[in-house]
Design a protein around this ligand. Structure first.
Ligand SMILES: CC(C)(COP(=O)(O)OP(=O)(O)OC[C@H]1O[C@@H](n2cnc3c(N)ncnc32)[C@H](O)[C@@H]1OP(=O)(O)O)[C@@H](O)C(=O)NCCC(=O)NCCS
Length: 214
């Protein structure tokens, strides 16, 4: 018996598939969280300098991003075309220096649709020696991301591999909202939240103690 095949246009098939499975998880940065985050930034520790990324930094940024094996291979040209040329504003791409050496970077690019202005946080990266220092990573996140709030973007979105627990902890502990935008994402977020629950609880307790002491 001939099998019954209903031809689906390729795009429709892809759309249906994306409702079921997406390999990466997505989260939203509420605008108020970005504004408050920027207001509560601390002075950077000695030796650190935050500055806007320019074309002259493309090679250094490529070296930083290539150091993360999950980000693929970067060249100065790729940094320019995929990141610097697509920034929502020149203030939305930055590098962090330590004693003059680039040690971190972060970008916000435009991913607007016909109906909504959407900003997309991209490629936050710090070298291992400069992680675990909240004032430094927070600077990297909020100085660039809050630019989307200044520009009245409707939504600010981020995306991550589900196994990148450090960045997920950083964002969830600051008030990011998980987006459950595919069937599989419900399972992914359940597993992420279960894995990060002890760290999130410890952080919340630490913050409450600090607030009570002030
Ligand atoms: C994302 C990044 C900037 C965050 O830096 P950071 O805030 O300084 O965080 P750290 O890397 O020191 O890790 C932070 C926390 O994650 C926790 N963590 C890491 N792996 C974990 C795991 N498998 N399970 C549970 N918690 C985990 C750590 O315990 C640490 O918590 P603590 O500081 O309360 O002890 C940095 O980790 C980085 O550059 N990573 C590589 C690039 C990357 O993943 N970028 C995001 C792309 S979407």
């Amino acid at each position: 018996m001939p099998s019954l095949r209903i031809p689906l246009p390729k795009n429709l098939a892809r759309l249906i598939a994306s409702f079921i499975y997406q390999p990466r998880v997505t989260y939203e940065f509420p605008i108020a969280m970005l504004e408050n985050g920027r207001k509560s930034l601390h002075v950077l520790p000695d030796g650190y300098e935050y500055r806007l990324a320019t074309e002259a930094d493309c090679a250094a940024i490529a070296t930083l991003l290539t150091a993360d094996t999950g980000f693929g291979t970067w060249t100065a040209e790729r940094v320019k075309s995929e990141l610097l040329d697509r920034l929502i504003d020149p203030r939305a791409g930055a590098i962090m220096l330590y004693k003059g050496t680039p040690v971190g970077c972060g970008f916000v690019t435009d991913a607007s649709t016909r109906r909504k202005r959407v900003a997309h946080g991209m490629y936050l990266y710090f070298t291992p020696a400069h992680r675990g220092k909240k004032p430094v990573t927070h600077y990297g996140v909020y100085q660039t991301m809050a630019v989307a709030a200044d520009l009245n973007y409707d939504r600010v979105i981020g995306e991550s591999d589900p196994w990148r627990f450090s960045v997920l902890l950083l964002h969830l502990s600051n008030g990011c909202v998980p987006l459950k935008n595919s069937l599989y994402s419900h399972i992914q977020w359940f597993m992420i939240e279960r894995r990060l629950r002890p760290a999130l609880t410890a952080l919340a307790k630490r913050q409450a103690r600090k607030a009570a002491a002030n």
